[in-house]
Design a protein around this ligand. Structure first.
Ligand SMILES: [Zn+2]
Ligand SMILES: [Zn+2]
Length: 263
């Protein structure tokens, strides 16, 4: 994939979340086949039982997840660097629960994602009609206030799929709140999940958008490449395009190990 150094895919799931297919070893094999140097599993972390339960592992499955990833780690040792991470949710009021989970195992990398505005799971295709009854500018203001909350919580290494509300094509009409969120993300020293799943969604654009990629790079915010794979065939999806979008604006690509940034 060109002069970019060893490449990692640092956003992928496992069947424990209930909506992904393929064993960890199959994701690892797909990464090897794609010529990647490493991967980091970041499955949807357990949350309090009342929050989004069908879309994530339960707390009592966490040890199983860690074991599954560690088995893939051992199997691919010397061939592929397999790391252990989580995609956490930021949802006000759940911080203590998240803190307990983050303290329970030695994570390499933790993404902080916002999937809910209040009780509305806005990235769920089932609830897409809700966009029609919302003011888009207000929606984005609310969303980015939550993203800032995630950055300020001190719990996470990166912010997941920054401009996620655009997923079905509802684009941000002004962009001011996004820039303010980038200021906070830069100030707090977080990275951005450069998430190629957007290219597989109706919006047909990675998260973040090219202009936000530029704005982030100008603020010195680095990027962590992720396919957000929910099946092995998605590992490394469109990384050549991702690298181009990042390098075109002078952005940096990093990875995390033991929650320490590298690169
Ligand atoms: Zn998922
Ligand atoms: Zn997500």
């Amino acid at each position: 994939m060109g002069m970019t150094g060893p490449l990692f895919d640092s956003h992928m799931h496992t069947p424990l979340c209930g909506h992904a297919t393929g064993l960890p070893r199959e994701y690892a094999q797909a990464a090897l086949d794609a010529g990647l140097a490493g991967i980091c599993f970041t499955d949807h972390m357990p949350m309090p039982a009342w929050y989004d339960a069908p879309w994530r592992m339960r707390r009592d499955q966490l040890a199983q997840y860690v074991q599954d990833v560690q088995e893939a780690q051992a199997e691919f040792a010397g061939r592929l660097d397999v790391r252990l991470g989580l995609e956490a949710d930021f949802h006000p009021g759940t911080e203590r629960f998240v803190e307990e989970v983050l303290g329970a195992h030695p994570w390499d990398y933790v993404i902080g994602s916002v999937h809910y505005i209040g009780a509305w799971g806005f990235d769920n295709p089932e609830f897409i009609a809700e966009y029609d009854s919302r003011d888009l500018a207000g929606l984005y203001r609310d969303y980015y206030a939550l993203a800032e909350g995630a950055a300020k919580s001190g719990l996470f290494d990166s912010i997941g799929h920054l401009d996620l509300p655009k997923k079905f094509g509802h684009r941000d009409p002004d962009g001011y709140a996004a820039l303010h969120a980038l200021d906070v993300i830069a100030e707090r020293g977080l990275a951005l999940d450069f998430n190629t799943a957007g290219w597989r969604k109706p919006v047909a654009e990675a998260y973040p958008a090219p202009d936000l990629t530029r704005q982030a790079a100008e603020r010195g915010i680095p990027f962590v490449l992720g396919s957000d794979a929910h099946k092995p065939g998605e590992v490394g999806h469109r990384f050549t395009d991702a690298i181009k979008q990042i390098h075109d604006v002078g952005g940096r690509i990093v990875t995390y190990q033991g929650r320490v940034r590298h690169g």
